[in-house]
Design a protein around this ligand. Structure first.
Ligand code: C2O
Ligand code: CU
Ligand code: CU
Length: 511
């Protein structure tokens, strides 16, 4: 039985017991194990891997390996390297599958064709090699790569197969020049992943985890448990990727006096915003990226600032019978913090004399104009039925294309989440999109809105993943112009990886 079938059967069994529809609220108010709170408070330095590989001439060999328990990609002896490419360059990457199971590499956020999308429909067999070769059509930004073999995406990604992919262009270089940013020094990538304690690489979701998502207990930043980092008194750029399976972060900074430290958001999934936006906090759901500037020059030497995730309502409302059945016969999910639990992530210690901070440029970039058409919105309803999370009442079927889009179309999709549901981090392959509006948002989200369309700071840039809360409707505008001939198959899915593996995913044909 494949992972996928096993999971499906579990959820079907759960649903069989579904009777009462009384919602049970799991979230920040749930009891969390004391183990989760314990230890590791800023004892270890933040790891700043110098493992960058610039793609250019020639073919890069990327080996998917299994070492003891952990999985990792290796290229040029570097573990999970950061791949760097200029916008307009081309990438040629040989995936060598040295795992004992099929895998793929999906280039999350990059506008590639189906052959290069690693979407899991043509997995690379153990021992086989597959050459990915594609032009870099995206703007500068922080993208990432991870496996996508259906039913095993969550496990393989959690166990260590992922890395970041930076695209550079003139806007990117201009921003670095203007602020005097040095990569690996005042410009740092932070990868967030919550892990379970104990056996570090164990991935064994109980039925409750499969339903709600695999939530960890200990926050890792760049693979280190709650690290510290010494910073100079100047502006730092933090490019943050949420590589967690299921957890959403409500990211904010606070100083040692407990006061919030506002920052500027300068970029999202698909690169730089037009203008920096001053924010007290941003939400970051699985797979989303936030590019932020923090000014440490305002703080005296010896002080510190903590990047934290603040409390929020997890809003995981699934039928009580389903949850109880999931919990039945299983120990309460061991050492996991529920979604929305607050905790600290990394401590920045201010060191050295002030070197000042340059002003943020007025115009960071230009976004492509939003194309619209007179066509009706395409609805995508997100909900739970018959034991499965679903889109338009359907689950993933490799032999059925649920959504047909004429190439070149300008479409608006209406992502509508039911009230008794969970937040879903909806991701589209192949295309970046714009958030046009959020409607009927829950109170905690409406309170963070910046404009009269209910949008949040992170909604103002190009996006490939957007979090849709229970009861909320999010309208997104997608430009389906593509240079690729023939029909191209893409996927739209929830990036809560447990939801995705259980089938909350549809095929989209663009042709
Ligand atoms: Cu990052 Cu289809 O996924
Ligand atoms: Cu993707
Ligand atoms: Cu979901």
């Amino acid at each position: 039985m494949t992972d996928f079938e096993a999971r499906r059967r579990t959820l079907l069994r759960l649903a069989a017991g579904l009777a009462a529809m009384v919602p049970v609220r799991l979230g920040a108010d749930a009891q969390s194990s004391s183990e989760c709170r314990r230890g590791g408070d800023f004892f270890l330095p933040l790891a700043l891997p110098r493992n960058r590989i610039t793609l250019g001439n020639g073919v890069l060999t990327l080996r998917a390996t299994s070492q003891q328990d952990a999985l990792a990609f290796f290229a040029n002896d570097m573990r999970n390297p950061t791949l760097v490419a200029a916008s307009g360059a081309s990438a040629s990457i040989d995936l060598v599958n040295a795992l004992g199971e099929p895998t793929t590499v999906h280039w999350h956020g990059l506008s590639v064709d189906t052959r290069n999308d690693g979407n899991g429909e043509a997995p690379v067999a153990p021992g086989a090699t597959f050459r990915y070769a594609f032009p870099i059509r995206n703007r500068s930004g922080l993208y990432w790569y991870h496996p996508h073999p259906h039913g095993a995406t969550a496990r393989q990604t959690y166990r260590g197969l992922f890395g970041t992919f930076e695209v550079e262009d003139d806007d990117e270089l201009a921003l670095r020049r203007a602020l005097g940013l040095a990569v690996g020094d005042s410009q740092i990538t932070l990868v967030l992943q919550d892990r379970r304690s104990g056996d570090a690489d164990r991935y064994a979701p109980a039925p409750e985890d499969e339903l709600l998502g695999w939530y960890g207990c200990v926050p890792h930043v760049n693979g280190v448990l709650r690290p510290y980092h010494d910073v100079a008194r100047t502006t730092y750029r933090l490019r943050i990727l949420n590589a967690s399976n299921a957890r959403t972060y409500r990211l904010a900074f606070r100083d040692d006096a407990g006061n919030g430290v506002p920052f500027h958001l300068v970029g999202t999934d698909g690169g730089l915003l037009e203008q920096a936006v001053r924010c007290p906090e941003v939400l970051l759901s699985p797979a989303e990226r936030a590019d932020v500037l923090v000014d440490f020059a305002r703080l005296a030497q010896g002080r510190y600032v903590i990047l934290e995730t603040r409390a929020f309502g997890a809003m995981q409302d699934v039928p009580r019978a389903v949850v109880e059945d999931a919990q039945h016969g299983h120990a309460r999910v061991e050492s996991s913090l529920p979604d929305g639990a607050p905790f600290d992530l990394v401590q920045f210690r201010v060191r050295g004399a002030a070197s000042g901070s340059a002003p943020i440029p007025q115009q960071l970039s230009r976004l492509p104009a939003v194309r619209t058409s007179g066509e009706d919105d395409r609805p995508l309803r997100l909900g739970f039925a018959k034991g499965r999370w679903r889109i338009n009442d359907r689950v993933y079927d490799m032999s059925a294309t649920a959504i047909d889009v004429p190439r070149g179309a300008a479409e608006t999709w209406l992502l509508r989440n039911y009230h008794a549901s969970a937040p879903h981090a909806m991701h589209l392959h192949g295309f970046q999109f714009r958030v046009a509006a959020r409607e009927t948002s829950p109170e905690q989200i409406a309170a963070m809105a910046l404009d009269d369309r209910g949008r949040l700071a992170t909604d103002l840039g190009l996006k490939d993943t957007v979090l849709v809360w229970p009861g909320e409707s999010v309208r997104i505008a997608i430009d389906f112009r593509t240079p690729y001939a023939d029909d191209q198959i893409y996927l739209v899915h929830c990036h809560n990886l447990e939801h995705e593996d259980a089938g909350m995913m549809l095929r989209v044909r663009v042709g």
